[in-house]
Design a protein around this ligand. Structure first.
Ligand code: 16G
Ligand code: MG
Length: 552
Protein backbone atom coordinates (compact mmCIF):
# COMPACT_ATOMS: atom_id res chain seq x y z
CA UNK A 1 0.00 0.00 0.00
CA UNK A 2 2.72 2.41 1.07
CA UNK A 3 4.80 1.45 -1.92
CA UNK A 4 1.95 2.12 -4.34
CA UNK A 5 1.26 5.40 -2.62
CA UNK A 6 4.89 6.30 -3.10
CA UNK A 7 4.67 5.30 -6.78
CA UNK A 8 1.73 7.58 -7.29
CA UNK A 9 3.71 10.42 -5.80
CA UNK A 10 6.38 9.68 -8.41
CA UNK A 11 3.64 10.11 -10.98
CA UNK A 12 3.33 13.83 -10.52
CA UNK A 13 0.07 14.17 -8.69
CA UNK A 14 -0.08 17.88 -9.36
CA UNK A 15 -0.03 17.31 -13.10
CA UNK A 16 -2.82 14.74 -12.85
CA UNK A 17 -4.92 17.10 -10.73
CA UNK A 18 -4.27 19.98 -13.07
CA UNK A 19 -5.09 18.04 -16.23
CA UNK A 20 -8.12 16.46 -14.65
CA UNK A 21 -9.46 19.92 -13.83
CA UNK A 22 -9.19 20.73 -17.53
CA UNK A 23 -11.38 17.69 -18.21
CA UNK A 24 -13.58 18.15 -15.17
CA UNK A 25 -16.41 15.78 -14.47
CA UNK A 26 -19.83 17.45 -14.22
CA UNK A 27 -20.62 16.66 -10.59
CA UNK A 28 -23.36 14.11 -10.02
CA UNK A 29 -23.14 12.63 -13.52
CA UNK A 30 -23.12 8.81 -13.36
CA UNK A 31 -22.31 6.63 -16.38
CA UNK A 32 -21.86 2.88 -16.78
CA UNK A 33 -19.34 0.95 -18.84
CA UNK A 34 -22.17 -0.78 -20.72
CA UNK A 35 -22.38 -3.58 -23.27
CA UNK A 36 -19.86 -1.87 -25.49
CA UNK A 37 -18.20 0.81 -23.38
CA UNK A 38 -19.46 4.25 -22.34
CA UNK A 39 -22.00 5.82 -24.64
CA UNK A 40 -23.98 9.04 -24.29
CA UNK A 41 -24.27 12.58 -25.66
CA UNK A 42 -20.81 13.71 -26.79
CA UNK A 43 -20.86 16.84 -24.58
CA UNK A 44 -20.92 14.67 -21.43
CA UNK A 45 -17.91 12.61 -22.31
CA UNK A 46 -14.80 14.76 -22.03
CA UNK A 47 -13.92 13.62 -18.50
CA UNK A 48 -14.66 10.00 -19.38
CA UNK A 49 -12.23 10.16 -22.30
CA UNK A 50 -9.47 11.65 -20.17
CA UNK A 51 -10.02 9.02 -17.51
CA UNK A 52 -10.10 6.17 -20.00
CA UNK A 53 -6.71 7.42 -21.15
CA UNK A 54 -5.56 7.05 -17.53
CA UNK A 55 -7.14 3.62 -17.22
CA UNK A 56 -5.64 2.39 -20.49
CA UNK A 57 -2.20 3.21 -19.09
CA UNK A 58 -2.90 1.19 -15.94
CA UNK A 59 -4.22 -1.73 -17.98
CA UNK A 60 -1.20 -1.56 -20.26
CA UNK A 61 1.18 -1.60 -17.29
CA UNK A 62 -0.68 -4.49 -15.72
CA UNK A 63 -0.74 -6.65 -18.86
CA UNK A 64 2.68 -5.46 -20.08
CA UNK A 65 0.98 -5.08 -23.47
CA UNK A 66 -0.39 -2.50 -25.85
CA UNK A 67 -3.98 -1.49 -25.07
CA UNK A 68 -6.43 0.11 -27.52
CA UNK A 69 -8.86 2.97 -26.97
CA UNK A 70 -11.59 3.45 -29.57
CA UNK A 71 -13.68 6.61 -29.69
CA UNK A 72 -17.03 5.77 -31.30
CA UNK A 73 -20.72 5.34 -30.57
CA UNK A 74 -21.25 2.86 -33.40
CA UNK A 75 -24.84 3.05 -34.70
CA UNK A 76 -25.99 5.73 -32.26
CA UNK A 77 -26.98 9.17 -33.57
CA UNK A 78 -24.25 11.55 -34.69
CA UNK A 79 -24.58 13.71 -31.54
CA UNK A 80 -23.63 10.78 -29.31
CA UNK A 81 -20.20 9.41 -28.74
CA UNK A 82 -18.55 6.70 -26.72
CA UNK A 83 -15.35 4.97 -25.79
CA UNK A 84 -14.21 1.42 -25.30
CA UNK A 85 -10.95 -0.22 -24.37
CA UNK A 86 -9.43 -3.07 -26.34
CA UNK A 87 -7.52 -5.77 -24.46
CA UNK A 88 -4.15 -7.22 -25.59
CA UNK A 89 -5.41 -9.93 -27.92
CA UNK A 90 -7.83 -7.57 -29.60
CA UNK A 91 -10.60 -8.65 -27.28
CA UNK A 92 -13.16 -6.70 -25.31
CA UNK A 93 -11.98 -5.38 -21.94
CA UNK A 94 -12.00 -8.00 -19.13
CA UNK A 95 -15.11 -7.75 -16.90
CA UNK A 96 -13.20 -6.82 -13.71
CA UNK A 97 -11.72 -3.86 -15.60
CA UNK A 98 -15.15 -2.80 -16.81
CA UNK A 99 -15.89 -2.27 -13.13
CA UNK A 100 -12.72 -0.26 -12.65
CA UNK A 101 -13.70 1.80 -15.68
CA UNK A 102 -17.11 2.58 -14.21
CA UNK A 103 -15.62 3.53 -10.82
CA UNK A 104 -13.00 5.76 -12.40
CA UNK A 105 -15.47 7.49 -14.72
CA UNK A 106 -17.82 8.25 -11.85
CA UNK A 107 -15.30 9.40 -9.22
CA UNK A 108 -15.79 13.05 -8.30
CA UNK A 109 -12.77 15.29 -8.97
CA UNK A 110 -11.46 15.12 -5.40
CA UNK A 111 -11.71 11.30 -5.39
CA UNK A 112 -9.82 10.73 -8.61
CA UNK A 113 -6.33 10.12 -7.21
CA UNK A 114 -7.66 7.85 -4.50
CA UNK A 115 -9.53 5.88 -7.17
CA UNK A 116 -6.43 5.52 -9.35
CA UNK A 117 -4.60 4.20 -6.33
CA UNK A 118 -7.39 1.80 -5.41
CA UNK A 119 -7.46 0.34 -8.90
CA UNK A 120 -3.68 0.02 -8.97
CA UNK A 121 -3.75 -1.88 -5.69
CA UNK A 122 -6.73 -4.09 -6.53
CA UNK A 123 -5.35 -5.02 -9.94
CA UNK A 124 -1.74 -5.30 -8.71
CA UNK A 125 -0.48 -2.86 -11.31
CA UNK A 126 3.28 -2.36 -11.38
CA UNK A 127 3.40 1.38 -11.85
CA UNK A 128 7.05 1.25 -12.92
CA UNK A 129 6.19 -0.77 -15.98
CA UNK A 130 6.11 1.05 -19.37
CA UNK A 131 2.74 1.66 -20.97
CA UNK A 132 1.71 1.88 -24.62
CA UNK A 133 -1.74 2.82 -25.88
CA UNK A 134 -3.09 2.97 -29.44
CA UNK A 135 -6.03 5.18 -30.26
CA UNK A 136 -8.60 5.20 -33.06
CA UNK A 137 -11.72 7.22 -33.75
CA UNK A 138 -14.78 7.28 -36.00
CA UNK A 139 -15.95 10.19 -38.18
CA UNK A 140 -18.24 11.93 -35.67
CA UNK A 141 -17.60 15.68 -35.46
CA UNK A 142 -16.90 15.29 -31.72
CA UNK A 143 -14.46 12.39 -32.06
CA UNK A 144 -11.27 14.29 -32.81
CA UNK A 145 -11.45 16.50 -29.74
CA UNK A 146 -12.49 13.60 -27.53
CA UNK A 147 -9.58 11.48 -28.70
CA UNK A 148 -7.29 14.40 -27.72
CA UNK A 149 -8.70 14.08 -24.22
CA UNK A 150 -7.78 10.38 -24.24
CA UNK A 151 -4.25 11.37 -25.24
CA UNK A 152 -4.08 13.87 -22.37
CA UNK A 153 -4.97 11.06 -19.97
CA UNK A 154 -2.35 8.74 -21.43
CA UNK A 155 0.46 11.28 -21.38
CA UNK A 156 -0.17 12.66 -17.91
CA UNK A 157 0.34 9.15 -16.51
CA UNK A 158 3.55 8.82 -18.50
CA UNK A 159 2.19 6.41 -21.11
CA UNK A 160 3.35 6.41 -24.71
CA UNK A 161 0.85 6.30 -27.51
CA UNK A 162 0.22 6.03 -31.22
CA UNK A 163 -2.79 7.85 -32.58
CA UNK A 164 -4.10 6.06 -35.69
CA UNK A 165 -6.68 8.77 -36.25
CA UNK A 166 -9.66 7.58 -38.29
CA UNK A 167 -10.20 3.81 -38.09
CA UNK A 168 -13.07 1.36 -38.01
CA UNK A 169 -13.47 -0.33 -34.63
CA UNK A 170 -12.30 -3.72 -35.99
CA UNK A 171 -9.23 -2.07 -37.51
CA UNK A 172 -8.20 -0.83 -34.08
CA UNK A 173 -8.68 -4.35 -32.69
CA UNK A 174 -6.43 -5.57 -35.50
CA UNK A 175 -3.71 -3.03 -34.66
CA UNK A 176 -3.73 -4.03 -30.98
CA UNK A 177 -3.49 -7.71 -31.83
CA UNK A 178 -0.67 -7.21 -34.33
CA UNK A 179 1.39 -5.14 -31.91
CA UNK A 180 1.04 -7.70 -29.13
CA UNK A 181 2.07 -10.62 -31.32
CA UNK A 182 5.21 -8.91 -32.65
CA UNK A 183 3.86 -8.60 -36.16
CA UNK A 184 3.33 -12.36 -36.61
CA UNK A 185 -0.35 -11.87 -37.21
CA UNK A 186 0.15 -8.98 -39.60
CA UNK A 187 1.64 -5.52 -39.88
CA UNK A 188 0.15 -2.99 -37.46
CA UNK A 189 -0.53 -0.44 -40.18
CA UNK A 190 -3.58 0.35 -42.25
CA UNK A 191 -1.79 -1.00 -45.34
CA UNK A 192 -0.99 -4.14 -43.37
CA UNK A 193 -4.67 -4.61 -42.71
CA UNK A 194 -5.65 -4.10 -46.36
CA UNK A 195 -2.87 -6.36 -47.59
CA UNK A 196 -3.71 -9.16 -45.24
CA UNK A 197 -7.43 -9.20 -45.99
CA UNK A 198 -7.19 -8.61 -49.73
CA UNK A 199 -4.53 -11.28 -50.22
CA UNK A 200 -6.69 -13.88 -48.45
CA UNK A 201 -9.75 -12.77 -50.43
CA UNK A 202 -7.99 -12.88 -53.80
CA UNK A 203 -6.52 -16.30 -53.07
CA UNK A 204 -9.83 -17.64 -51.86
CA UNK A 205 -11.69 -16.55 -54.98
CA UNK A 206 -9.10 -17.25 -57.65
CA UNK A 207 -10.51 -20.73 -58.34
CA UNK A 208 -14.01 -19.37 -58.78
CA UNK A 209 -15.92 -20.68 -61.72
CA UNK A 210 -18.52 -17.92 -61.81
CA UNK A 211 -17.09 -14.61 -62.77
CA UNK A 212 -20.07 -12.84 -64.29
CA UNK A 213 -20.55 -9.22 -63.33
CA UNK A 214 -23.54 -9.97 -61.16
CA UNK A 215 -21.27 -11.94 -58.86
CA UNK A 216 -18.55 -9.37 -58.77
CA UNK A 217 -20.37 -6.17 -57.94
CA UNK A 218 -21.88 -5.09 -54.67
CA UNK A 219 -23.65 -1.97 -53.44
CA UNK A 220 -22.61 -0.86 -49.97
CA UNK A 221 -24.45 1.58 -47.71
CA UNK A 222 -21.73 2.95 -45.43
CA UNK A 223 -24.08 4.66 -42.91
CA UNK A 224 -22.28 7.95 -43.69
CA UNK A 225 -19.50 6.69 -41.47
CA UNK A 226 -15.92 5.53 -41.27
CA UNK A 227 -16.68 2.41 -43.35
CA UNK A 228 -16.92 4.60 -46.46
CA UNK A 229 -13.45 6.09 -46.02
CA UNK A 230 -11.85 2.76 -45.31
CA UNK A 231 -13.61 0.84 -48.06
CA UNK A 232 -12.60 3.53 -50.52
CA UNK A 233 -8.97 3.15 -49.43
CA UNK A 234 -9.27 -0.60 -49.78
CA UNK A 235 -11.10 -0.64 -53.11
CA UNK A 236 -8.06 -0.99 -55.34
CA UNK A 237 -6.63 -3.85 -53.30
CA UNK A 238 -9.66 -6.02 -54.15
CA UNK A 239 -10.88 -4.51 -57.41
CA UNK A 240 -9.89 -7.52 -59.50
CA UNK A 241 -12.18 -9.73 -57.48
CA UNK A 242 -14.96 -7.41 -56.39
CA UNK A 243 -16.20 -4.02 -57.37
CA UNK A 244 -17.97 -2.10 -54.63
CA UNK A 245 -20.24 0.84 -55.22
CA UNK A 246 -20.49 3.05 -52.15
CA UNK A 247 -23.60 4.89 -50.97
CA UNK A 248 -24.09 7.10 -47.93
CA UNK A 249 -20.37 7.78 -47.99
CA UNK A 250 -20.60 10.77 -45.66
CA UNK A 251 -20.28 13.46 -48.30
CA UNK A 252 -23.90 14.56 -47.81
CA UNK A 253 -25.97 12.78 -45.19
CA UNK A 254 -25.74 12.51 -41.43
CA UNK A 255 -24.12 9.54 -39.71
CA UNK A 256 -26.56 6.63 -39.18
CA UNK A 257 -29.50 8.83 -40.12
CA UNK A 258 -32.08 6.74 -42.04
CA UNK A 259 -29.27 4.44 -43.13
CA UNK A 260 -26.79 1.88 -41.87
CA UNK A 261 -27.12 -1.71 -40.68
CA UNK A 262 -29.04 -0.91 -37.52
CA UNK A 263 -31.63 1.17 -39.37
CA UNK A 264 -32.12 -1.47 -42.08
CA UNK A 265 -32.40 -4.31 -39.57
CA UNK A 266 -34.74 -2.62 -37.13
CA UNK A 267 -37.01 -0.98 -39.73
CA UNK A 268 -36.76 -3.87 -42.16
CA UNK A 269 -36.50 -1.52 -45.10
CA UNK A 270 -33.82 -0.14 -47.45
CA UNK A 271 -31.66 2.78 -46.33
CA UNK A 272 -32.28 6.17 -47.85
CA UNK A 273 -29.84 7.33 -50.47
CA UNK A 274 -29.32 3.95 -52.12
CA UNK A 275 -30.37 3.19 -55.68
CA UNK A 276 -31.65 -0.37 -55.70
CA UNK A 277 -32.71 -2.32 -58.76
CA UNK A 278 -34.51 -5.61 -58.41
CA UNK A 279 -32.33 -8.61 -57.51
CA UNK A 280 -29.22 -6.52 -56.92
CA UNK A 281 -27.13 -7.58 -53.97
CA UNK A 282 -26.78 -4.78 -51.41
CA UNK A 283 -25.39 -4.50 -47.89
CA UNK A 284 -25.19 -1.97 -45.06
CA UNK A 285 -22.44 -1.33 -42.51
CA UNK A 286 -23.08 0.38 -39.19
CA UNK A 287 -21.39 3.61 -38.05
CA UNK A 288 -18.10 2.00 -36.98
CA UNK A 289 -18.15 -0.87 -39.50
CA UNK A 290 -18.40 -3.83 -37.17
CA UNK A 291 -21.87 -4.90 -38.32
CA UNK A 292 -23.18 -5.90 -41.72
CA UNK A 293 -26.55 -6.98 -43.11
CA UNK A 294 -27.45 -7.85 -46.72
CA UNK A 295 -30.69 -7.32 -48.62
CA UNK A 296 -32.32 -7.02 -52.04
CA UNK A 297 -35.58 -6.09 -53.73
CA UNK A 298 -37.36 -8.89 -55.60
CA UNK A 299 -39.00 -8.37 -58.99
CA UNK A 300 -42.22 -7.29 -57.27
CA UNK A 301 -40.32 -4.64 -55.35
CA UNK A 302 -40.55 -6.51 -52.03
CA UNK A 303 -37.70 -5.96 -49.63
CA UNK A 304 -35.81 -9.03 -48.38
CA UNK A 305 -33.47 -8.73 -45.42
CA UNK A 306 -30.59 -11.17 -44.98
CA UNK A 307 -29.50 -10.72 -41.40
CA UNK A 308 -26.76 -12.07 -39.15
CA UNK A 309 -28.58 -15.38 -38.75
CA UNK A 310 -28.51 -16.07 -42.47
CA UNK A 311 -24.91 -14.90 -42.67
CA UNK A 312 -24.01 -17.43 -39.96
CA UNK A 313 -25.87 -20.12 -41.88
CA UNK A 314 -24.09 -19.39 -45.16
CA UNK A 315 -20.68 -19.34 -43.54
CA UNK A 316 -21.15 -22.44 -41.41
CA UNK A 317 -22.44 -24.50 -44.31
CA UNK A 318 -19.42 -23.47 -46.37
CA UNK A 319 -17.05 -24.39 -43.54
CA UNK A 320 -18.80 -27.72 -43.03
CA UNK A 321 -18.37 -28.61 -46.69
CA UNK A 322 -14.68 -27.78 -46.61
CA UNK A 323 -14.16 -29.88 -43.49
CA UNK A 324 -15.94 -32.78 -45.15
CA UNK A 325 -13.70 -32.42 -48.16
CA UNK A 326 -10.50 -32.56 -46.14
CA UNK A 327 -11.91 -35.35 -43.97
CA UNK A 328 -11.27 -33.67 -40.63
CA UNK A 329 -13.83 -33.85 -37.89
CA UNK A 330 -13.22 -30.50 -36.21
CA UNK A 331 -16.27 -29.52 -34.20
CA UNK A 332 -18.27 -26.49 -35.31
CA UNK A 333 -20.56 -24.62 -32.94
CA UNK A 334 -22.90 -21.81 -33.91
CA UNK A 335 -23.63 -19.22 -31.23
CA UNK A 336 -26.71 -16.99 -31.34
CA UNK A 337 -28.76 -14.81 -29.00
CA UNK A 338 -32.47 -14.79 -28.18
CA UNK A 339 -32.94 -12.43 -31.15
CA UNK A 340 -32.04 -15.18 -33.63
CA UNK A 341 -34.99 -15.93 -35.82
CA UNK A 342 -36.65 -19.22 -34.84
CA UNK A 343 -36.39 -20.43 -38.44
CA UNK A 344 -32.63 -19.99 -38.44
CA UNK A 345 -32.16 -22.05 -35.29
CA UNK A 346 -34.39 -24.80 -36.67
CA UNK A 347 -32.55 -24.82 -40.01
CA UNK A 348 -29.12 -24.98 -38.40
CA UNK A 349 -30.09 -27.77 -36.03
CA UNK A 350 -32.39 -29.86 -38.15
CA UNK A 351 -31.15 -29.42 -41.71
CA UNK A 352 -27.50 -28.60 -41.25
CA UNK A 353 -27.11 -30.70 -38.12
CA UNK A 354 -24.81 -28.30 -36.35
CA UNK A 355 -24.90 -27.54 -32.63
CA UNK A 356 -26.46 -24.20 -31.79
CA UNK A 357 -26.06 -22.30 -28.52
CA UNK A 358 -27.76 -19.21 -27.14
CA UNK A 359 -26.05 -16.56 -25.01
CA UNK A 360 -26.93 -13.15 -23.65
CA UNK A 361 -26.84 -10.17 -26.03
CA UNK A 362 -23.47 -8.48 -26.55
CA UNK A 363 -20.49 -9.67 -28.54
CA UNK A 364 -18.42 -10.55 -25.49
CA UNK A 365 -20.90 -13.22 -24.43
CA UNK A 366 -21.07 -14.83 -27.87
CA UNK A 367 -17.31 -14.59 -28.26
CA UNK A 368 -16.74 -16.33 -24.96
CA UNK A 369 -19.02 -19.23 -25.88
CA UNK A 370 -17.55 -19.54 -29.39
CA UNK A 371 -14.10 -20.12 -27.86
CA UNK A 372 -15.28 -23.55 -26.68
CA UNK A 373 -15.22 -25.02 -30.21
CA UNK A 374 -12.57 -25.88 -32.79
CA UNK A 375 -14.52 -23.53 -35.03
CA UNK A 376 -16.99 -21.17 -33.35
CA UNK A 377 -19.30 -19.26 -35.67
CA UNK A 378 -21.09 -16.45 -33.90
CA UNK A 379 -23.43 -13.80 -35.20
CA UNK A 380 -26.05 -11.62 -33.61
CA UNK A 381 -29.16 -11.20 -35.75
CA UNK A 382 -28.18 -7.52 -36.07
CA UNK A 383 -25.17 -8.54 -38.18
CA UNK A 384 -22.39 -8.40 -35.63
CA UNK A 385 -20.21 -11.49 -35.70
CA UNK A 386 -17.24 -13.51 -36.87
CA UNK A 387 -15.70 -16.97 -36.87
CA UNK A 388 -13.15 -18.05 -34.28
CA UNK A 389 -10.69 -20.85 -34.98
CA UNK A 390 -8.96 -22.43 -32.00
CA UNK A 391 -5.17 -22.38 -32.14
CA UNK A 392 -5.17 -26.18 -32.47
CA UNK A 393 -7.62 -26.07 -35.39
CA UNK A 394 -5.59 -23.37 -37.09
CA UNK A 395 -2.35 -25.34 -36.76
CA UNK A 396 -4.01 -28.50 -38.02
CA UNK A 397 -5.50 -26.76 -41.06
CA UNK A 398 -2.23 -25.06 -41.95
CA UNK A 399 -0.44 -28.39 -41.75
CA UNK A 400 -3.04 -30.10 -43.95
CA UNK A 401 -2.75 -27.32 -46.51
CA UNK A 402 0.85 -28.45 -46.96
CA UNK A 403 0.41 -32.22 -46.68
CA UNK A 404 -2.78 -33.05 -48.52
CA UNK A 405 -3.07 -33.39 -52.26
CA UNK A 406 -5.34 -32.22 -55.04
CA UNK A 407 -8.88 -31.25 -54.07
CA UNK A 408 -8.32 -31.90 -50.41
CA UNK A 409 -5.38 -29.58 -50.42
CA UNK A 410 -7.43 -26.89 -52.16
CA UNK A 411 -10.09 -27.19 -49.44
CA UNK A 412 -7.50 -26.89 -46.69
CA UNK A 413 -6.03 -23.83 -48.40
CA UNK A 414 -9.44 -22.25 -48.63
CA UNK A 415 -9.91 -22.78 -44.91
CA UNK A 416 -6.53 -21.20 -44.36
CA UNK A 417 -7.66 -18.13 -46.27
CA UNK A 418 -10.88 -17.95 -44.29
CA UNK A 419 -8.79 -17.97 -41.10
CA UNK A 420 -6.72 -15.08 -42.46
CA UNK A 421 -9.80 -13.12 -43.48
CA UNK A 422 -11.59 -13.21 -40.17
CA UNK A 423 -10.35 -10.71 -37.72
CA UNK A 424 -9.17 -12.35 -34.54
CA UNK A 425 -11.44 -10.23 -32.43
CA UNK A 426 -15.05 -9.16 -32.53
CA UNK A 427 -16.85 -8.94 -35.87
CA UNK A 428 -15.59 -6.84 -38.77
CA UNK A 429 -18.04 -5.73 -41.47
CA UNK A 430 -15.28 -5.54 -44.12
CA UNK A 431 -13.94 -9.02 -43.33
CA UNK A 432 -17.45 -10.48 -43.15
CA UNK A 433 -18.31 -8.88 -46.49
CA UNK A 434 -15.23 -10.36 -48.17
CA UNK A 435 -15.92 -13.85 -46.81
CA UNK A 436 -19.58 -13.69 -47.85
CA UNK A 437 -18.72 -12.40 -51.32
CA UNK A 438 -16.10 -15.14 -51.73
CA UNK A 439 -18.57 -17.86 -50.73
CA UNK A 440 -21.24 -16.56 -53.12
CA UNK A 441 -18.72 -16.41 -55.97
CA UNK A 442 -17.30 -19.86 -55.24
CA UNK A 443 -20.68 -21.52 -54.92
CA UNK A 444 -22.28 -19.57 -57.72
CA UNK A 445 -25.09 -18.51 -55.41
CA UNK A 446 -27.31 -15.55 -56.15
CA UNK A 447 -28.60 -13.42 -53.31
CA UNK A 448 -32.07 -14.93 -53.84
CA UNK A 449 -30.75 -18.46 -53.58
CA UNK A 450 -28.95 -17.55 -50.39
CA UNK A 451 -32.09 -15.95 -49.01
CA UNK A 452 -34.13 -19.05 -49.89
CA UNK A 453 -32.18 -21.30 -47.50
CA UNK A 454 -35.07 -20.79 -45.09
CA UNK A 455 -37.88 -18.29 -44.55
CA UNK A 456 -37.68 -16.00 -41.53
CA UNK A 457 -40.61 -16.02 -39.15
CA UNK A 458 -42.28 -12.60 -39.13
CA UNK A 459 -41.08 -10.65 -36.12
CA UNK A 460 -41.30 -7.29 -34.42
CA UNK A 461 -39.11 -5.38 -31.99
CA UNK A 462 -40.49 -2.60 -29.78
CA UNK A 463 -39.20 -0.33 -27.04
CA UNK A 464 -40.99 0.45 -23.78
CA UNK A 465 -40.09 3.34 -21.46
CA UNK A 466 -40.10 2.47 -17.76
CA UNK A 467 -39.01 4.39 -14.66
CA UNK A 468 -36.17 1.97 -13.88
CA UNK A 469 -35.32 -0.68 -16.44
CA UNK A 470 -33.23 -2.59 -13.89
CA UNK A 471 -36.45 -3.84 -12.25
CA UNK A 472 -36.43 -6.37 -15.07
CA UNK A 473 -34.02 -9.23 -14.52
CA UNK A 474 -33.74 -12.24 -16.79
CA UNK A 475 -32.35 -15.77 -16.95
CA UNK A 476 -31.85 -18.50 -19.57
CA UNK A 477 -29.85 -16.22 -21.90
CA UNK A 478 -32.47 -13.46 -21.52
CA UNK A 479 -35.31 -15.68 -22.73
CA UNK A 480 -37.12 -15.73 -19.38
CA UNK A 481 -37.99 -12.91 -17.00
CA UNK A 482 -37.31 -13.44 -13.28
CA UNK A 483 -38.53 -10.08 -11.95
CA UNK A 484 -40.90 -8.28 -11.68
CA UNK A 485 -43.17 -11.07 -10.47
CA UNK A 486 -46.00 -11.99 -12.82
CA UNK A 487 -44.40 -10.66 -16.00
CA UNK A 488 -43.15 -14.02 -17.32
CA UNK A 489 -46.54 -15.62 -16.63
CA UNK A 490 -48.22 -12.80 -18.53
CA UNK A 491 -45.85 -13.30 -21.48
CA UNK A 492 -46.47 -17.06 -21.44
CA UNK A 493 -50.23 -16.52 -21.60
CA UNK A 494 -49.92 -14.11 -24.51
CA UNK A 495 -47.53 -16.33 -26.47
CA UNK A 496 -50.01 -19.23 -26.20
CA UNK A 497 -52.55 -17.27 -28.23
CA UNK A 498 -50.47 -17.38 -31.43
CA UNK A 499 -48.94 -20.02 -33.67
CA UNK A 500 -45.15 -20.51 -34.02
CA UNK A 501 -44.83 -17.76 -31.46
CA UNK A 502 -42.13 -16.66 -29.10
CA UNK A 503 -41.56 -13.45 -27.14
CA UNK A 504 -39.11 -12.10 -24.61
CA UNK A 505 -38.19 -8.80 -22.97
CA UNK A 506 -34.88 -7.46 -21.62
CA UNK A 507 -33.51 -4.17 -20.37
CA UNK A 508 -31.34 -2.57 -23.06
CA UNK A 509 -27.63 -2.32 -22.31
CA UNK A 510 -27.22 0.79 -24.45
CA UNK A 511 -30.42 2.83 -24.08
CA UNK A 512 -32.68 3.70 -21.16
CA UNK A 513 -35.53 1.46 -22.34
CA UNK A 514 -36.84 -2.10 -22.22
CA UNK A 515 -36.73 -4.06 -25.47
CA UNK A 516 -39.55 -6.34 -26.56
CA UNK A 517 -39.16 -9.06 -29.20
CA UNK A 518 -41.96 -11.20 -30.66
CA UNK A 519 -42.26 -13.59 -33.56
CA UNK A 520 -45.26 -15.48 -34.89
CA UNK A 521 -46.74 -17.12 -37.99
CA UNK A 522 -47.75 -13.83 -39.65
CA UNK A 523 -46.57 -10.22 -39.49
CA UNK A 524 -49.95 -9.19 -38.13
CA UNK A 525 -49.68 -11.71 -35.31
CA UNK A 526 -46.06 -10.83 -34.54
CA UNK A 527 -47.10 -7.15 -34.33
CA UNK A 528 -50.07 -7.90 -32.17
CA UNK A 529 -48.09 -10.14 -29.82
CA UNK A 530 -45.30 -7.54 -29.53
CA UNK A 531 -47.86 -4.89 -28.66
CA UNK A 532 -49.58 -7.07 -26.04
CA UNK A 533 -46.22 -7.89 -24.43
CA UNK A 534 -45.32 -4.17 -24.41
CA UNK A 535 -48.51 -3.46 -22.50
CA UNK A 536 -47.66 -6.17 -19.97
CA UNK A 537 -44.20 -4.60 -19.48
CA UNK A 538 -45.73 -1.15 -19.16
CA UNK A 539 -48.19 -2.33 -16.52
CA UNK A 540 -45.97 -4.68 -14.52
CA UNK A 541 -42.56 -3.00 -14.78
CA UNK A 542 -43.41 0.64 -14.07
CA UNK A 543 -44.08 2.12 -17.51
CA UNK A 544 -43.79 5.90 -17.87
CA UNK A 545 -45.27 8.29 -20.40
CA UNK A 546 -47.82 7.22 -22.94
CA UNK A 547 -49.26 3.69 -22.87
CA UNK A 548 -47.87 1.66 -25.82
CA UNK A 549 -50.17 2.02 -28.82
CA UNK A 550 -50.80 -0.63 -31.47
CA UNK A 551 -49.50 0.05 -34.99
CA UNK A 552 -46.00 0.99 -36.11
C1 16G B 1 -23.94 -3.24 -28.40
C2 16G B 1 -23.23 -4.54 -28.62
C3 16G B 1 -24.03 -5.43 -29.56
C4 16G B 1 -25.41 -5.63 -28.99
C5 16G B 1 -26.07 -4.31 -28.68
C6 16G B 1 -27.33 -4.55 -27.89
C7 16G B 1 -20.84 -4.94 -28.73
C8 16G B 1 -19.56 -4.58 -29.39
N1 16G B 1 -21.92 -4.32 -29.20
O1 16G B 1 -24.03 -2.52 -29.58
O2 16G B 1 -23.36 -6.65 -29.65
O3 16G B 1 -26.21 -6.33 -29.89
O4 16G B 1 -25.21 -3.53 -27.88
O5 16G B 1 -27.88 -3.35 -27.51
O6 16G B 1 -20.89 -5.74 -27.82
P1 16G B 1 -29.07 -3.28 -26.48
O7 16G B 1 -28.57 -3.86 -25.19
O8 16G B 1 -29.42 -1.86 -26.42
O9 16G B 1 -30.17 -4.11 -27.06
MG1 MG C 1 -20.89 -1.02 -34.32
Amino acid sequence: MMQIGQDLVDMDLDAIREYSALHAKPSGLVLQYGTAGFRTKAEHLDHVMFRMGLLAVLRSKQTKSTIGVMVTASHNPEEDNGVKLVDPLGEMLAPSWEEHATCLANAEEHELLRMLMDISVKAAVNLHQDAFVVIGRDTRPSSEKLSQSVIDGVTVLGGQFHDYGLLTTPQLHYMVYCRNTSGQYGKATIEGYYEKLSKAFMELTKQAFCSGDEYRSLKVDCANGIGALKLREMEHYISQGLSVQLFNDGTKGKLNHLCGADFVKSHQKPPQGMEMKSNERCCSFDGDADRIVYYYLDVDGHFHLIDGDKIATLISSFLKELLLEIGESLNIGVVQTAYANGSSTRYLEEVMKVSVYCTKTGVKHLHHKAQEFDIGVYFEANGHGTVLFSKAAETKIKQLAKELEDKKREAAKMLENVIDLFNQAAGDAIADMLVIEAILILKGLTVQQWDALYTDLPNRQLKVKVADRQVISTTDAERQVVTPPGLQEAINDLVKKYKLSRAFVRPSGTEDIVRVYAEADSQENADSLAHAVSLAVFQLAGGVGETPQPGF
